[in-house]
Design a protein around this ligand. Structure first.
Ligand code: ZN
Length: 241
């Protein structure tokens, strides 16, 4: 099976359109979305619409849940909170209902993949899967060979060898069928790994490819400024941080 996996669009329409365009050119029909359609960026409604049309599975992220009021946003930093509050003023009722209908996690035994925004263990707690010991714990929380995650906005492959330690890398990989993997697909709309281009992943059978797509960052920044989103959120897009 060939599929594209996207996460953390964050209302960045230019980045999302560039990624969907690339997926279209490659003739990939199956697209999964791991959550955070909104928050940070200037076009939440447009992005929800584009994602709903393109993706066969859509999950909820913490910013989506913040916008719908399903979670408390007091734990968000001031800029994230300001963006969530602004998003609440512009999102349509229909899109809000749609976001509320998105699950936090989905497991496809037949395709051998699990999808979740934050972590396979306790997806509702929005943990960041960064440390090796967290990875070890999380390998115990899904039954498929591969689990795709997002949330940190940083691409990463973590491989569990079964007997040895967990190993990680940030590059394309050929999956070994005797091992399990947690793969962070990076972020479409607000990358934080120092590369400002949009990021997503394609799974061709057992081959995982990280794809980087340039987009019109300045156009997104102009739109953010126009609606009054916080300037640190605008500036960080230039650096991918
Ligand atoms: Zn996010």
């Amino acid at each position: 099976m060939v599929c594209a996996v996207l996460s953390d669009v964050h209302a960045n329409r230019e980045a999302l359109e560039a990624v969907l365009d690339d997926i279209g050119k490659r003739n990939i029909g199956t697209v999964f979305f791991l959550g955070d359609a909104v928050g940070y960026g200037p076009e939440p409604n447009e992005c929800i619409k584009l994602l709903s049309n393109a993706c066969s599975v859509l999950l909820a992220g913490n910013h989506d849940s913040g916008v719908t009021g399903s979670i408390d946003i007091n734990g968000f930093n001031e800029f994230a909170r300001a963006a969530v509050e602004w998003t609440r003023t512009v999102i349509t009722e229909e899109h809000k209902k749609l976001l509320m209908s998105f699950p936090l996690r989905k497991e496809f035994g037949e395709n051998g993949i699990t999808l979740v925004h934050a972590t396979p263990c306790e997806p509702e707690k929005w943990h960041y899967l960064v440390r090796q010991e967290d990875a070890v714990l999380n390998f115990g929380c899904f039954d498929t060979p591969v689990c795709f995650i997002g949330h940190t906005h940083r691409p990463l492959v973590i491989e569990e060898s079964g007997d040895g330690p967990v190993r990680s890398r940030r590059s394309d990989i050929l999956l070994n069928e005797d091992r399990a993997y947690i793969i962070n697909v990076g972020s479409v709309g607000q990358p934080r790994d120092g590369d400002a281009r949009a990021c997503y992943v394609i799974k061709y059978g057992n081959h995982i490819e990280f794809v980087r797509i340039p987009y019109d960052i300045q156009e997104t920044q102009r739109k953010m400024a126009r609606v009054g989103l916080p300037s640190p959120l605008i500036e960080r897009l230039s650096y991918g941080m």
